[in-house]
Design a protein around this ligand. Sequence first.
Ligand code: FES
Length: 104
Amino acid sequence: METWVDVAEVDSLRPGTCRTVEAVGRQFALARVADEFHLIDNACPHRGSSLGAGTVDGLHLYCPLHGWAFHLGTGACAERPDKPVRTYPVQVRLGKVWANIGTS
Ligand code: FES
């Protein structure tokens, strides 16, 4: 089932950065690469650190705790291919970032 929610204002995130956002009682990491936005689960699958506090380099987001790298497009983890993060479709409309976080 599709559930589109407003997760942030476009202007709230500079290109090349990320932050944690909340929607429907859940936390996500929102990253901006140039004018594209990417949303992934916030909890790192290693030890649960907040990926929204990480750093962005190109299309990778690096966990702030031990530096695992996650591809923002696919969620793939470079260090542990068996530990990807979930990614969510994102759209920009009317100055806001919308994400389809689904419900299942
Ligand atoms: S908690 Fe993210 S790499 Fe260890």
